[in-house]
Write a new protein. Structure first.
Length: 194
């Protein structure tokens, strides 16, 4: 007779996600995972697979919450400028929110890309391209409604905003203050969509 699981798989996966987010893939050991998940190695392997498979599942959980949240901030009735401002401010909130390890799991994982295999590298790369494409789509919508100048190159601006997001995450991890990052948003927002 098969034993039933006596733990909440999604909740425990969330704990693993936070650990990978805080320490990165390479610095997170199976012992660390056992400790934070409060599970024996066999339970982890049976429920989630090996460390890499667990990382992929944790990364997908992160994408379903954080990345989806960023994309939802871009959509809706508000103006394009407000939407872009919201996404940039959400980047700051993500780092300084005390319930998170700080930064962005995708960006931090990309910085240690040599530790990833083809599958995880593709997931990480795709996440940034999805964000960039969502920004470009929102700018294009603004052009169609007349809010944004039609001569603006949507892809160039979307790349700029994506670079700003990833750069701010790196700067925040390096100790730049919230105020400095907010000033960066203010000066970028004033000039991006003119």
């Amino acid at each position: 007779m098969a034993r039933t699981k006596s733990f909440d798989e999604k909740k425990v996966l969330g704990l693993a996600m936070l650990l990978f987010w805080k320490k990165g893939y390479s610095a997170t050991s199976m012992k660390d995972l056992e400790h934070v998940m409060e599970l024996k190695p066999t339970s982890i392997y049976n429920a989630y697979g090996n460390k890499r498979e667990l990382f992929v599942r944790a990364l997908n959980l992160y994408l379903q919450s954080a990345l989806v949240g960023f994309i939802e901030s871009l959509e809706g009735e508000k103006s394009v400028k407000t939407a872009l401002n919201d996404v940039l401010n959400e980047t700051i909130h993500l780092h300084f929110n005390k319930s998170h390890p700080g930064g962005c799991m995708v960006v931090l994982s990309l910085l240690e890309s040599e530790q990833h295999d083809t599958k995880t590298k593709k997931i990480l790369d795709s996440a940034l391209f999805l964000l960039r494409d969502s920004i470009a789509k929102r700018i294009k919508q603004g052009q169609e409604t007349g809010e944004i100048n039609r001569e603006i190159n949507c892809r160039v601006i979307a790349n700029h905003v994506t670079a700003l997001i990833t750069g701010m995450i790196t700067m925040a991890k390096a100790g730049f203050s919230k105020k400095e990052l907010e000033e960066l948003i203010f000066h970028s927002s004033c000039n991006l969509l003119k």
